[in-house]
Design a protein around this ligand. Sequence first.
Ligand SMILES: NC(=O)c1ccc[n+]([C@@H]2O[C@H](COP(=O)([O-])OP(=O)(O)OC[C@H]3O[C@@H](n4cnc5c(N)ncnc54)[C@H](O)[C@@H]3O)[C@@H](O)[C@H]2O)c1
Length: 411
Amino acid sequence: MRKRINLCFIGCGAFCKAFVPLFQKHPDVESVAVCDLIPERAADYSQKFDVPIIASFEEAIASDKIDAVAIFTQRHTHGPLVIAALKAGKNVYSAVPCASTIEEIYEIEELVRKTRLTYSMGETGYYRAPTVFCRNKMLAGEFGDFVYGEAQYNHDQRHFHYESNGPDWRKVAGIPPMLYPTHSTAMILGAMKGVYVKKVAAFGWVEEKLPDIFGTNGVNLWNNPFSNTAMLAQLSNGGVARISENRRVAFAGPNTYISQFYGSDACYEFSVAHHYFTHWDSKNTNKLLMDEVTKDLLPAGVYEKINDPDFPQRISDGAGFWDSAPVQNTARIPIEYRHEKNGHNGTHHFMVDDFCQAAATGMLSPTNIWTAARYNLPGLVAHKSAINGGQLMDVPDLGEPPADWPVMQLD
Ligand SMILES: NC(=O)c1ccc[n+]([C@@H]2O[C@H](COP(=O)([O-])OP(=O)(O)OC[C@H]3O[C@@H](n4cnc5c(N)ncnc54)[C@H](O)[C@@H]3O)[C@@H](O)[C@H]2O)c1
């Protein structure tokens, strides 16, 4: 039997506002409330979205009128809030990342396994068009064996919102890039079933131009010297992935993408706005054919301008950010969302729908804690590896979800 959800948003900052209307309109949601440490922010949201305010996170998780929380607090704060919410018996939607320490991720997994509450991490990378494209082709067997992949999340730290952290914002702005690895790991791992990272070796780029943000003399909470870090990962299927998390590079958009996804029988390549798929010619086994598949991976309204002289600039400025592409299965999205704003290449609708349906039915969302751990843990280990000069390190794996807990496969 489906259960309707009474949810409280924790954190009314820059990102959360895109999600309030989606949760409000979802057919599995009964009610929505908001909460923020900064009372004016909660008041703004309350007025804008006509929702009640709950005074604090603690009050929200103590309330028997609330059965779920959606965590939209700053990126390094999620672990303890998720743990407290699960201990209080609440279902949890969490913005990325899952948590900042390996121990927190273990504890979240243990709580979810014991309580059978819903935990879903809103990871855009799992739903982006290139991931969906590679996942579909991988499942269909067209790639053959996965051999090598590259993905990156380029997001210059000057574009992040640090106002919430007050005068000490620099201490948080220097967060190690690999503590936020899930966008790019999700794009490679999310294209395959049951694959995880076994070992990593990583190198960091020591930031010298922003010594008040990055450094080892206490300027940030982590004593982190790196603004950019890259890891080489050995995967459980024998493949290799290069994952980069860049926070001070001059590249704007698209900011999360797979640049290469190579298989023994077919390959996907992406170059700024063009997507290609190469595969063997069935009539001539010595010949490779290259198809341009861009039409399936860009929203129709963006694709139709592909030959305009300013097209690369438009892509850099974020064209396609708001809409889904043909390869994404929008037919599954609740009808109530048809006119609702989307975001991050048409992924917001999918993330909210998967959480709500999981919480309402008791099934697992695709970005459940076992998947989230596989996306997050490699980054936490990679940062340690980079601090140790590229030391090869084992990555823990929490395994698959319990066999009697099915994962929804809506796309
Ligand atoms: N592509 C993506 O998936 C994507 C994009 C943007 C942001 N995000 C994630 O969304 C989250 C929010 O980002 P943002 O830019 O909106 O941050 P923000 O700093 O603008 O907002 C965070 C808000 O949380 C509030 N808060 C912190 N601790 C709280 C607590 N204990 N109780 C109640 N309120 C609390 C703060 O006061 C602040 O208003 C981050 O985790 C970020 O990683 C994800």
